[in-house]
Design a protein around this ligand. Structure first.
Ligand code: ADP
Length: 471
């Protein structure tokens, strides 16, 4: 089958979070199964663009409302990523360093989507599936079905994967003229709560909707940032397919970001060598258990609870542990975390910012990973951590619920808690410190988690079945 993925992120071209990891891996595994999976995404000005070679495959010009724009589609020459990668260049809109966070994101991603549909309309053949990811590609199913110019695309099956339903791409109806002329009777397929809502539109128009874990799908019927009723109503077309991890990239034995590679056979020494690197760099004590947090410092991740939880844990447990935090996001949380460096010197350190290399080093060198998320559609960090022998401490929600079993349960290998509250986090840290002191148990859990199969193979087969049901 030929599958066209449309996404705002794709690792290693541009990544802001888990979406990038998924779109960088899933198509590769689909191709290994014999499909022809392709990715189209915006051409940002990231390193990848300058370090690789591209061919121009298509040029076109369109209107975004009254504004005329030209777009160019380029294709990476060598199949470097294991799939055909197409980038959409739109001068003045997509040619930025960052993926998101600009005042004109609505215009940027709307123009991107119109360009993708316009390019697709010129193909001499049709793909079997157009697979759109999150709200930045959410208007595509509507446009393929209802814009007069593109109606010949209406028969192509569309699938939406929701990686995060908190962000929906809302825009006022005053911007509806941005879209190519469409059948106005169908306006309800764009609308949610008197706004154009690209994510809601994709849920309504795509033939199938997937979320990145079964538990997240169930939770969305009661907690989906305003879309709860929509998910309840559309539950018949929704399924949960757990993300995998790219086991070729995330392998401590060959990870090029690590200087001290290790595998199951020498995990104890390998992890100790990596922990030493971290402890030397961040002034921490190698004899104490090392707890890490890596991620966006936002409300969803409950990052706001970390400063208090860390402070309380260090004081109430008399400094029996160390913490290292890597992340960026809410400036208030960033400041609070930076402010802890001084009072907790020797017990805590933080690095504010995005740092891929350090994140790998941390997964490799830590003993425990904290993920107190309020909302977690799937979560990749806990899976990466486990592959690198780091025990996850997670809130019992979404994908975390589906991928971690508490040590108190049969076959358990992680620590789980129910409430996104400081007290629940510190209590779990306490449990982890106790576990750390039982060397044999720690070792057997480490051996177990490093061998868990969270690879893409299984998930890829579920996607294939889903596509087949649409042919
Ligand atoms: P989300 O997509 O909600 O941010 P996921 O757990 O699905 O969360 O994926 C997060 C990905 O982003 C992981 O690969 C994680 O290592 C990476 N990541 C997040 N923040 C940082 C950071 N500050 N530096 C390096 N990598 C980060």
């Amino acid at each position: 089958m030929e599958i066209l993925h449309v996404s705002a992120e794709c690792y290693p071209v541009a990544k802001a979070g888990g979406l990038g990891d998924v779109v960088g891996a899933l198509p590769k595994y689909q191709n290994q199964l014999g499909h022809l999976a392709k990715v189209v995404m915006p051409m940002y000005r990231t390193k990848f663009l300058y370090q690789n070679q591209f061919d121009v495959v298509h040029k076109g010009s369109l209107y975004l409302g009254n504004a005329w724009f030209e777009y160019t589609i380029i294709k990476e020459k060598t199949n470097l990523l294991g799939f055909d990668l197409y980038l959409v260049d739109i001068y003045g809109l997509l040619d930025r360093e960052k993926v998101y966070g600009y005042d004109d994101d609505t215009e940027r991603f709307t123009a991107f989507q119109i360009a993708v549909v316009d390019w697709l309309a010129q193909w001499q053949h049709r793909p079997n599936v157009v697979h759109v990811h999150d709200h930045q590609a959410g208007l595509i199913p509507f446009m393929m079905q209802n814009c007069y110019r593109y109606r010949h695309l209406a028969g192509i099956p569309t699938v939406l994967t929701i990686h995060n339903a908190q962000y929906q791409g809302w825009m006022g109806w005053d911007k509806s003229y941005y879209l190519p002329e469409y059948d106005a009777w169908q306006w309800g397929k764009l609308d949610w709560a008197n706004n154009i809502n690209p994510l809601a539109s994709a849920v309504k128009c795509a033939l199938k909707v997937t979320t990145v874990s079964q538990s997240y799908l169930e939770e969305m019927r009661t907690n989906a940032n305003g879309l709860e009723n929509l998910f309840e109503y559309e539950k018949g077309k929704c399924t949960g397919i757990l993300n995998g991890i790219d086991a070729a990239v995330w392998d401590p034995a060959v990870d090029t970001y690590l200087t001290e590679n290790f595998s199951l056979e020498n995990a104890a020494e390998g992890k100790a060598a990596n922990k030493k690197i971290l402890c030397d760099e961040f002034n921490l004590d190698i004899t104490r258990p090392l707890f890490i947090f890596i991620g966006r410092l936002v409300h969803e991740k409950a990052a706001d609870l970390l400063p208090r939880a860390i402070y309380d844990a260090v004081y109430h447990m008399e400094g029996r542990m160390n913490f290292l935090i890597l992340g960026s996001g809410d400036p208030v949380v960033e400041q609070e975390l930076a402010d802890l460096n001084e009072p907790l010197v020797g017990y805590y350190n933080s690095k504010i910012g995005y740092n891929e290399k350090l994140s790998h080093q941390m997964y490799a060198g830590a003993d425990f990973l904290l993920m107190p998320s309020r909302v977690e559609p799937c979560g990749l960090n806990q899976m990466y951590a486990m592959r690198y022998g780091t025990i996850p401490i997670v809130r019992n929600t979404g994908g975390l619920k589906d991928t971690v079993i508490d040590i108190g349960e049969p076959g358990g290998y992680g620590i789980k808690f129910n409430d996104a509250k400081v007290w629940d986090i510190t209590y779990s840290i306490h449990r982890a410190v106790d576990l750390y002191e039982q060397t044999k148990k720690m070792q057997s859990i480490r051996t177990k988690i490093m061998q868990l199969d969270n690879s893409w193979e299984t998930s890829t087969k579920h996607y294939t079945d889903l596509y087949l049901s649409l042919q």
